[in-house]
Design a protein. Structure first.
Length: 68
């Protein structure tokens, strides 16, 4: 039971740290998430259609990718 508690405690501390970062640096965290999503979508047909490979930041994404 102590092992389970230790693991759960470690996971919660890590998660709380992530939440604190979101609260302190929301724009930076959202920019990082956008970058990860664009990178993962680059090799897809959607990513190729909208040239995700050359997207560099939020403004490029907003200009290039239409709302659906």
């Amino acid at each position: 039971m102590r092992l389970v508690h230790s693991i759960a405690s470690w996971i919660m501390k890590k998660r709380l740290h992530s939440i604190e970062l979101f609260m302190q640096y929301p724009e930076e965290v959202q920019g990082d998430v956008l970058e990860q999503l664009v990178q993962r979508a680059t090799p897809t047909s959607w990513g190729e259609t909208y040239d995700y490979a050359s997207i560099n930041g939020r403004d490029d994404f907003v200009r290039r990718v239409p709302l659906q």
